[in-house]
Write a protein that binds this ligand. Structure first.
Ligand code: ADP
Length: 360
């Protein structure tokens, strides 16, 4: 079929509103011909039209460039993560399968008493696989995946966040089943209401909650996943809408072992016994999944650096010139790559989990 990604070629990112920007597509300055811009926007809108050739009502009053941004930059047709790619987290996977994937695959069964919550919160330290889970859900449920970082709504889309949120939910409702993943959701739904809270961010928050309310009641097949490493900043209204709250903890020793093997097997030679891997796992207590990835990356630089110090030039280096990665490489890397999460922070998550988490 026709690939929607195709329009990406002539996509020009929307410029930030300067206040006098009318939002009209042709008012944008771009290096390319304005026809090209108009064409790609037109094509993008066409794809969202219903069988009657009309744009769905939700999208009618929105600026085309925002719709285009959502379709091209926020929507991800191929998130490319499977359950098998995620180490550990069996409990989270099981919960998510039952409460999210099955309902998205069989809406006819999951109604009435079984009707699922439409909001899921994944909380825990950074780099533990929250985003991976979001992507895997979309993949497993054959849903369209939308990814947005909430902080970009307040930083990059100053004054326009509200409209972008409307465009996001509007496009998602045309692309059902859909999973909307909001990273750093705390920055959008935080409880801080100091003098620092601008009118605009309050409006953004309100708009967001209204949109959530909208699909919460209806028959829409949209799931919102919020991710945060600061769950304690969420207020009561946010918690109420994110009905299921799953703690995504640091990887266990077993999961760390799996991550190491998985990364090494994927890309090359290594000379590590099971005992060596056990040793590395013991030494990486407290490392996140993303710390583990950095560790492996650093360790695999060992053989490369060594080959270069033996006088081989980087431009002439062949794969065979490098010896397999070994335990010593990891021991060196362990001095460079330190865990990014402190014990102290972990305590905060555990406590919040006890109080607000979905423990089953
Ligand atoms: P976050 O929890 O901050 O959303 P991500 O899902 O973006 O973290 O993970 C960042 C990277 O760390 C991933 O791309 C992956 O390489 C690695 N990683 C983190 N957790 C896991 C895990 N459980 N299994 C495999 N890889 C992981």
């Amino acid at each position: 079929g026709f690939s929607r990604r195709g329009v990406r070629g002539n996509f020009v990112p929307p410029i930030r509103s300067t206040g006098n920007n009318t939002g009209n597509v042709t008012s944008r300055t771009s290096g390319k011909g304005e026809d090209a811009v108009e064409d790609s926007t037109k094509r993008c809108l066409e794809l969202l039209c219903g069988p009657d050739g009309e744009l769905p009502e939700k999208l009618r009053n929105l600026e085309p460039r925002l719709i285009e941004h959502v379709s091209n930059e926020i929507m991800d047709r191929d998130p490319n993560v499977r359950w098998e790619d995620i180490a550990g987290l069996e409990h989270a996977k099981k919960c998510v399968t039952e409460m999210v994937i099955w309902p998205l695959l069989r809406p006819d069964i999951f109604k009435g008493c079984r009707s699922p919550g439409r909001g899921l919160l994944l909380f825990g330290p950074p780099g533990t696989g929250k985003t991976m889970i979001g992507k895997a859900i979309a993949g497993e449920a054959k849903a369209t995946f939308f990814y947005i970082s909430a902080s970009s709504l307040t930083s990059k889309w100053i004054g326009e966040g509200e409209k972008l949120v409307r465009a996001l939910f509007g496009v998602a409702s045309c692309r059902q089943p859909a999973v909307i993943f909001v990273d750093e959701i705390d920055s959008l739904l935080s409880q801080r209401k100091s003098d620092g809270e601008h009118e605009s961010s309050r409006r953004l928050k309100t708009q967001f909650l209204i949109e959530m309310e909208g699909f919460d009641s209806g028959s829409e097949q949209i799931l919102l996943i919020g991710a945060t490493n600061r769950p304690q900043e969420l207020d009561e209204a946010a918690r109420r809408r994110l009905t299921k709250r799953l703690y995504i903890p640091l990887p266990t020793s077993e999961a760390r072992s799996w991550i190491i093997k998985n990364l090494l097997v994927k890309d090359g030679l290594f000379n590590l016994s099971n005992e060596d891997i056990d040793t590395i796992c013991t030494l990486t207590e407290g490392y996140s999944g993303s710390d583990m990835k950095n560790l492996v990356k650093d360790a695999t630089m060992g053989p490369l650096r060594e080959a270069l110090t033996q006088g081989i030039e980087i431009t002439k280096l062949k794969k065979d010139d490098m010896r397999p990665v070994n335990l010593e490489d990891f021991e060196k890397a362990l001095q460079e790559v330190r865990p990014s999460v402190s014990l102290n922070e972990l305590g905060t998550y555990e406590k919040w989990n006890q109080q607000f988490g979905s423990l089953s």
